[in-house]
Design a binder for this molecule. Structure first.
Ligand code: ARG
Length: 572
């Protein structure tokens, strides 16, 4: 159990006994060292219910709370907070007896995560960065805590655009082997196809015929389509590799995979008497969704021409995820513009009983990436920035920085470090912002060695490694206890032991910036410790104790960065 939960359990017990009914102690890390290590702020609401003076109640509680061997001081503060100082022995024992930095959560689940999910008709662009990076981090966090994670890359590989694209392709070549070459620049390919579709009626007619053939399962068309999809997917896979995200071709479960199930979904909804016909289209009306005039908003699941929609496919995906993949939780990491879409289909899926009792389905939306001008991020030419170019630029910029700092390093080392720093900087800049808001893409900020950035954390980690090299440390020979005499050591120890609770928080809320803030605090705390507490030159017992703190810090930084999808470097 993490420390926060342990304290909360003990103190809640005491409050509940006093209140005569279950009450929560509401524990959080204290905002300042003067307020102790943790603070309970649940007393006030209990006092209100009991019509008692909250400070008196807190005072009474402090006498009855059972924290022997855990806390060394409890103090009532402000209107009725209880400040808690952890005991030296508890900190030392907890750190020294820790076998792993993270342990599995008590209750593990099957969690489906829908992320990245680009449309394959076009090239991946900056718009896909957030879902891919955030989703990857959440997947790592949940996996690390022992959950069974099933990644679902719900790519857009079906729909009318493919008629247009395949027709355009047919005019270029009939040879499937040449697709790779033709689609090298998918963005231009799409644009050229669209231009013909919009300006040539005969081309548009052929494109529509091609869609019908595709949907009817015409063998030759399907073959061409498959080749197109595979080529486009391999572009995505290149980006995933460069970004170091753990998505593989096996995680692809695109829209087309649900084709055969869409008619069943309609039949199912029909049978459950949820369908209403409106202007020839099949719709479901949900009372909770109305337009500005107060009229109910329909979710259209089948068009009057018989075609299915994005929503229909998503319903099939939901049913599949709970009934076939046996998800306990399904998370959707998709941008804020789709909030209403998910609200509607989740509500519909619940109504249709696609989501078993006790299971959870949640959308975790995120804001946009903006340029420094506050407008959607774009290239200098004004087009949408291609992801591959952006990642190359990150590596190049990091290379310049790292090379200037480390003139002694060889080319190969420099390239490797630059890759870690450059890609890490892009990921960290994204993950460190609360995902619910927009953020400004700023090279200088994300590549800065100061502040809450990847370079700062990577540098902190590499500094610890260089300390070990300098001291020629062999940790097999060091089995010391941790002595937390100074406030710097105490703070560092408390921070280190808070890793588990912050990771569990990220697993619950899918908000990775909480982990970033934690790591930034940890690194800053370490820097203060290092500035004030000599490590190698201290007398032996103290030196060993401090080395253990250094080691734990390095391990925690590494493990934390890994959960963000960022690797570490030994020097930089
Ligand atoms: N392909 C969609 C897009 O690019 C995102 C899909 C998200 N996932 C889902 N199950 N709808 O906007």
């Amino acid at each position: 159990m993490n420390i926060r939960d342990l304290l909360e359990e003990r103190i809640s017990k005491a409050i509940s006994t006093l209140a005569g009914s279950p009450a929560k102690a509401m524990l959080a890390r204290s905002s300042r060292p003067e307020f102790g290590d943790y603070q309970a702020n649940g007393v006030m609401s209990v006092a209100k219910k009991l019509k008692r003076n909250p400070r008196d109640l807190a005072q009474e509680l402090v006498q009855s709370i059972q924290l022997d061997g855990i806390a060394e001081k409890l103090e009532v503060a402000g209107p009725g907070f209880i400040n808690i100082w952890l005991s030296k022995n508890f900190l030392s024992d907890s750190l020294c007896n820790q076998e792993q930095l993270l342990t599995n959560t008590a209750h593990t689940e099957t969690v489906v995560i829908d992320y990245s999910s680009p449309n394959l008709a076009k090239e991946m662009h900056v718009g896909h960065l957030r879902t891919t990076i955030i989703g990857d981090s959440i997947a790592r966090v949940l996996t690390q805590l022992g959950h069974k994670v099933i990644r679902q890359n719900h790519v857009g590989d079906w729909g009318t655009q493919f008629g247009m694209l395949l027709t355009y392709m047919q005019d270029q070549t009939d040879n499937l082997d040449e697709y790779d070459n033709k689609l090298a620049d998918l963005e231009n390919f799409y644009r050229a196809a669209k231009a013909r579709f919009d300006s040539e009626p005969e081309f548009a007619r052929r494109a529509r015929t091609r869609v019908v053939a595709l949907q009817a399962g015409d063998e030759e068309t399907l073959k061409a389509w498959k080749q197109f999809i595979n080529t486009s997917l391999s572009h995505c896979q290149t980006i995933y590799q460069q970004l170091d995200v753990q998505l593989s071709p096996d995680d692809v479960m695109g829209e087309s995979a649900y084709n055969d199930d869409l008619q069943n979904i309609i039949a199912d909804l029909q049978q459950k008497q949820l369908l209403v016909e409106s202007h020839g289209a099949k719709c479901v009306f949900l009372e909770e969704f109305t337009n500005k005039q107060g009229e109910p908003l329909p979710v259209i699941v089948q068009k009057s021409d018989g075609g299915f929609l994005y929503a229909t496919t998503d319903l099939a995906a939901i049913r599949y995820r709970f009934s076939k993949l046996h998800a306990d939780r399904a998370l959707y990491i998709v941008g804020a513009p789709q909030i209403l879409h998910f609200q509607q289909i989740f509500a519909l899926a619940k109504k249709a009983n696609f989501i078993p009792e006790g299971c959870e389905i949640t959308h975790h939306p995120f804001g946009s990436i903006l340029g420094k001008d506050g407008r959607p991020f774009s290239t200098r030419k004004g087009g949408v920035e291609k992801l591959g170019n952006l990642l190359d630029e990150a590596e190049q910029r990091a290379y310049t920085l790292v090379a200037a700092k480390n003139p002694e390093l060889g080319e190969e080392d420099l390239r490797l470090i630059a890759k870690t720093v450059g890609i890490g900087a892009i990921k960290y800049a994204d993950l460190s912002k609360n995902r619910t808001g927009d953020y400004i893409f700023d090279w200088d900020q994300m590549l800065s060695f100061e502040g809450n950035t990847a370079p700062y954390l990577l540098y902190a980690y590499s500094r610890i490694q260089s300390l070990f090299r300098r001291g020629n440390i062999n940790f097999d020979e060091i089995k010391a206890e941790v002595i937390t005499t100074t406030t710097y050591e105490h703070q560092l120890a408390v921070n280190l032991l808070g890793f588990q609770e912050v990771v569990e928080l990220v697993a619950r809320d899918a908000l990775p910036h909480q982990l970033c803030n934690y790591l930034f605090d940890l690194a800053s705390c370490y820097m203060r410790f290092y500035e004030h507490c000599p490590v190698l030159s201290a007398e032996k017992t103290l030196s060993h104790s401090r080395l253990i703190l250094c080691k734990k810090t390095a391990e925690t930084l590494k493990a934390g960065l890994y959960l963000l999808g960022i690797s570490t470097v030994e020097r930089m």
